[in-house]
Every structure is written in C-alpha cells, then in structure tokens.
Design a protein around this ligand. Structure first.
Ligand code: NAP
Length: 249
C-alpha cells in the first residue's frame, strides 16, 4: 500500500506515542488523537514534522460517538483516505476489588475501552471496505495481558473490557476479511507508561517485574514494533491474530 494514512487513538503519550513515532519513520501520514493533553499531542506532531513526516493532532474523546465521527470527517478532509487504525486509547481506574466497583465506574471504563474502540472500528470500516469503494486496510487493537489474567484485586473491570476487545478482534476480523481489511491485536503486559499512576501505583511495573519470566517490564517502543508489523504489508496474510507481549507471562 503506497499512501498509508493511519489514525492512532491516544497517541499523546505512552504506547500510542511510541507507535506514532515509529510509523512516521516508516512513512505513514498520521492522525494523532488525544483526549485532553493538547501540549503533549502537539509535541508528538512537532517531532514527526521535524523529522520530515506528516501528522495532525485531533482532539476527540472516543467515548463520545459524535466526537469520533467528527474526527474521521476531519481525517477525510485534511489527510485523505484512511488505510490504518490503531485502537490504542484506553483507561483504567484506581486499583480495587469487586466490593468497591460500581456501575458508574464500570460504564466509564467500558465507554472508552470498548464502545470507543467499536465506534472507531466502525468508522474505519466504512472508509476502508472494498464494498464501500475503499482500498482495504488494517486495524490493530491494543488489548492487554489482563484479558487472559483477569487483574484480580486491581481492575477486573479493565481486564473484562480487554476481553471484549479480544472478541471484537476475532469477530470483526471474520466480518471484514473479504473486504480487504485485516484486524489483529497486541496484548501487552507490564509496560512503562503513565497509565499505572492512573491506577494509583506509578511504580507498579517495578514492584511486579520480579514475578515475570523475563524479570523486567516492557518499553512502549517494544509494543510499537509489533503494532507496526501487524499494520504493514509484511503481515498481509495475518488476521484475527494476537501477539502476546508480556515478558513470557
Ligand atoms: P497512557 O500512557 O495512560 O496513555 C493513554 C492515552 O490514551 C493518552 O494519549 C490519552 O490521552 C488517551 N486517552 C485516554 N482516554 C481517551 C479517550 N476517551 N479518548 C481519546 N483518548 C483517550 O496509556 P498506555 O499505557 O500507553 O496504554 C495504551 C493502551 O495500551 C491502552 O489501551 C492500555 O489499556 C494498553 N495497555 C497498556 C499496558 C501498560 O502496562 N501500560 C499494558 C497492557 C495494555 P490524554 O493524554 O489526552 O488523556
């Protein structure tokens, strides 16, 4: 595929940011989505442009359907026909056990992690599917090892939302396989990003890493490599697949 135009949700920091910088090096034109941290998103765009790449920052809360629709319209207008989507934006809440969970918290997590990813996938398919006059493309969902492990006493609501992302990956990959669209997922384990601070424990990776077979946490750049491969033509016969990246766990 020649002109690769790719949306990464939640690309202002962490895994999304690392993926943006790598894909820009590989020649993708990028939409850098973020929710609220405009300065960080602008910095990612500036870095890409300084290195000769092309990127645009677009604010949209993916939990809000109308904001997602408007973001895709902006991509149509300012970047061109979308060929790739990285469903990366995700949230978790303070570490807790089931007794502390309530419906509001669960709904908040699912609105971003599940509904947001579904609606982004819907808008991407509308643009990429051969039956809609598109040229095909690739979607990579950022799930988590938590979907397999369950995150007990930390955030089983988050883990369950990632279980839904795994099922989205399987179901959508089958639904659009004949439409020129591949759908795959990565399942990172403990990666050094700011997300753990949102769960109330900034040092979580270093606390838990001794329990991992590889005895270390992962870097966002390591996850970015797998995402970039799944998006690329090198993975042209790969769909409905999962890459576990959790240091052996
Ligand atoms: P992070 O450092 O906390 O960054 C999250 C990104 O998502 C930010 O750019 C944030 O934008 C954006 N975001 C959050 N809610 C959003 C919303 N409703 N709409 C649009 N953007 C939103 O997270 P990360 O650790 O890189 O995680 C990225 C993905 O990897 C997530 O899906 C996460 O579940 C998954 N993952 C992470 C780990 C890990 O150990 N870090 C492990 C497994 C899976 P703002 O900055 O503007 O708020």
């Amino acid at each position: 595929m020649k002109n690769r135009i790719t949306l990464i949700t939640g690309a202002s920091r962490g895994i999304g940011r690392a993926t943006a910088l790598l894909l820009a090096q590989q020649g993708h034109t990028l939409c850098i989505n973020y929710r609220s941290q405009q300065a960080q998103a602008d910095e990612v765009v500036a870095l890409i442009r300084r290195n000769g790449g092309n990127a645009l920052a677009v604010a949209a809360d993916i939990a809000e359907e109308q904001q997602v629709v408007a973001m895709f319209q902006r991509i149509d207008r300012d970047l061109g026909p979308l060929t790739g989507l990285v469903n990366n934006a995700g949230i978790l809440q303070q570490q807790a056990s089931i007794e502390q969970l309530d419906a509001q918290r669960i709904a908040t997590v699912f609105a971003t992690n599940v509904s947001g990813s579904f609606i982004c996938a819907r808008e991407a398919v509308k643009r990429m599917a051969l039956r809609h006059g598109g040229q095909g493309g690739a979607i990579v969902n950022v799930s988590s090892a938590a979907s397999r492990l369950g995150a007990p006493h930390e955030y089983i609501d988050y883990a369950a939302s990632k279980g839904a992302i795994d099922t989205l990956t399987t179901g959508l990959s089958l639904e659009v396989a004949a439409q020129g669209i591949r759908v795959n997922a990565v399942r990172p384990g403990l990666i050094y990003t700011d997300m753990h601070a949102d769960g109330g424990e900034p040092g979580r990776v270093d606390r838990v890493k001794a329990h991992l077979p590889m005895k270390r946490g992962g870097q966002p750049e390591e996850v970015a490599q797998a995402i970039a491969w799944l998006l690329s033509d090198a993975a042209s016969y790969v769909t409905g697949s999962f890459i576990d990246m959790a240091g052996g766990k």
